[in-house]
Ligand binder design. Structure first.
Ligand SMILES: Nc1ncnc2c1ncn2[C@@H]1O[C@H](COP(=O)(O)OP(=O)(O)OP(=O)(O)O)[C@@H](O)[C@H]1O
Ligand SMILES: [Mg+2]
Length: 271
């Protein structure tokens, strides 16, 4: 099978009357980690949202497109992109009181790994959170729940959090770890982490970095949006991309992140 590359091709995007991204191209192979850096407001989160299919942003019609291997994702809604193997951890993950982390993970896993069976009653349960019948073919509900608890333990996540409303009263660090837990459990082909390292204490940072290394080892391609060299020291990304003013102004090895840490962005933009 040919290598399935995540391609963000010539991405130009904006909101009504405002261009945010201009001709950004990034290609990530399975098992690669790419870092995206850039000043505040340069368009990094917008790139993540556009990749996931946010309806807020308009993609310029000409050459802009997103694909995994030969499969075109441009124009598909976010849930369909998730089904095709894309995962996005938001910069500020939203709280969803009333749906627990465990419920969300069970529902999402079934959506991604089901055999396409309905609930068998003929009245097609539409809401996967409420659906009682476990649809995933590759594991039982009991095994799945145990695997989630094991994974949570490895990330030093308090088991009680799994049964609380998603991010409902979670600390900043707990929210970030929860995003890594979701990626590890859902096993996406490609994952984008938007400032997953912001606000983490040193121990949590190490744990989160180890989580990303695990994903990489299993073949998930990752894009890490970050302001800091700190997390990159633990991960040693394959590529570093710098976005300034909506343009990709430089791509290079991870020493580029070292240079930015030392001298800021002015050095890169002055030339
Ligand atoms: N929905 C929107 N409506 C209007 N402007 C927007 C919208 N989304 C993003 N922008 C603008 O686009 C620019 C890029 O925003 P974005 O969130 O992508 O930046 P960023 O690189 O992620 O910044 P940070 O490092 O601060 O997170 C900003 O000027 C922002 O105000
Ligand atoms: Mg951002």
């Amino acid at each position: 099978m040919p290598t399935q590359i995540l391609s963000l091709n010539h991405i130009s995007a904006g909101v009504a009357g405002k261009n945010i991204l201009r001709n950004v191209t990034i290609r990530v192979a399975p098992g690669e980690v790419h870092a995206v850096m850039g000043p505040n407001g340069s368009g990094k989160s917008t790139l993540a949202s556009v990749t996931m299919g946010s309806p807020v942003y308009a993609l310029s019609a000409d050459r802009s497109g997103i694909s995994i291997g030969k499969a075109e994702l441009t124009g598909l809604p976010a849930e369909e992109r998730a089904r095709r193997g894309l995962f996005l951890a938001f910069q500020s993950p939203a709280a969803v009181p009333g749906v627990s982390v465990m419920q969300l993970l069970r529902a999402a896993y079934q959506e991604l790994h089901s055999t396409g069976m309905t609930d068998g009653t003929g009245n097609g349960v539409q809401n996967p959170v409420l659906s009682r019948r476990w649809k995933a073919a590759d594991t039982s509900l009991v095994e799945f729940s145990e695997a989630v608890r094991d994974q949570a333990r490895a990330l030093d996540i308090d088991e009680a959090l799994l049964n609380r409303g998603i991010n409902d009263g979670f600390s900043g660090g707990e929210r970030k770890k929860m995003e890594i837990l979701q990626a590890l459990v859902l096993k996406p082909k490609f994952a984008i982490f938007d400032e997953i390292d912001t606000g983490l204490d040193v121990d949590a940072l190490r744990i989160v970095a180890a989580g990303i290394r695990t994903l990489r080892r299993r073949g998930t391609g990752c894009i890490i949006i970050t302001h800091y060299l700190r997390i990159l020291r633990y991960i040693r990304p394959d590529r570093v991309h710098v976005i300034v003013g909506g343009r990709l102004i430089r791509s290079g090895g991870w020493q580029l992140a070292r240079q930015i840490e030392k001298r800021g962005y002015a050095d890169l933009t002055d030339r």
